[in-house]
Design a protein around this ligand. Structure first.
Ligand code: DO4
Ligand code: MG
Length: 290
């Protein structure tokens, strides 16, 4: 099952996304399904799966064709975290951008992964088709296409999404202590368009990820990887995030990038970034320079 949030006639509803139509869960039962967070909360309270919870309303839920709705952020996370240097490609690219390259060798092979806070509910993130941004003082910013894990308050994976950990390589490369400034600014993250439940994604550790960047109507970069190239297990990353660390009701954990465009590539105003992940869909965002 793929869950989405959409706007219809000025209201925001929760739905089930299919290729043909969207099933309107909120219209079917406003008390039970007002939004994604309530759905997770109800499933936990009743000790039932998301599938069991929505099953009774499936036959009566109205079907909306895609042209009638606008997809928005699928959920509102309490926090967004990122894991870093989880693929060889990311480690190698980072070593080239800085004088302090050995830290990346070290974190790649250490038992403890790199984890950083990307957003703390201040909403520097955007949803599908909204602008991701290049900060005004960066000349070398790239998209980072990543599998996103949606976690409940216990750290259980309740879904998978597509995330873009937009990053300023010049700021990060100048001094690794500048990482928060390279990673956290307005429009530095996007995710969506849906959250696919674990039942939908049978092999999260072998999903193809593709990145396409279009400039002036022409493809300017195309790259691909698979989550099977990730150095760490998903549960391993989650377990470190949970160590002596309270989680909010809903956390988005980005699992690191395995695609990095060539070192002479920088995002520019007007670019279009598209990230596709098997079984989840395509996340599209235009780019704006701040
Ligand atoms: O250490 C820098 C961040 C790494 C990162 O975001 C990634 O590998 O995806
Ligand atoms: Mg990243």
């Amino acid at each position: 099952m793929k869950l989405c949030t959409f706007k219809v006639s000025g209201a925001t509803h929760l739905g089930i996304y299919t290729d043909q139509y969207i099933l309107d869960l909120t219209a079917a039962d406003k008390d039970l399904f007002p939004d994604f967070r309530s759905l997770i909360r109800q499933a936990k309270r009743r000790n039932s799966s998301l599938g069991e919870l929505v099953e009774p309303v499936l036959s009566k839920a109205r079907r909306l064709t895609h042209d009638k709705v606008t997809l928005t952020l699928p959920c509102v996370p309490s926090e967004i975290w990122g894991a870093g240097v989880t693929y060889t490609r990311s480690m190698e690219a980072r070593k080239r951008e800085t004088r302090y390259g050995e830290i990346y060798d070290h974190v790649y092979s250490a038992s403890r992964p790199e984890l950083f806070l990307k957003d703390s509910g201040v909403s520097r993130y955007v949803g599908p088709d909204e602008f991701i941004c290049v900060r005004n003082d960066s000349r070398w910013t790239i998209p980072e296409p990543e599998l996103g894990l949606v976690l409940d308050g216990d750290g259980k994976i309740v879904g998978y999404t597509i995330a873009n950990d937009v990053s300023a390589r010049d700021i990060e490369g100048e001094n690794p202590l500048y990482l928060p400034q390279a990673k956290i600014y307005n429009g530095s993250c996007s995710f969506g368009p849906v959250v696919a439940t674990p039942g939908e994604i049978r092999s999260p550790e072998s999903l193809a990820i593709r990145l396409t960047i279009t400039r002036g109507g022409e493809k300017t970069f195309e790259g691909a990887t698979s989550t099977s190239a990730m150095k760490r297990r998903l549960e391993e990353i989650v377990s470190y995030l949970k160590r002596d660390n309270v989680l909010g009701e809903l956390t988005l954990l980005m699992t690191g990038t395995g695609i990095v465009p060539p070192d002479d590539f920088a995002l520019a105003d007007g670019d279009l970034v598209e990230i596709a992940i098997d079984g989840i869909g395509v996340l599209r965002n235009p780019v704006r320079k701040l």
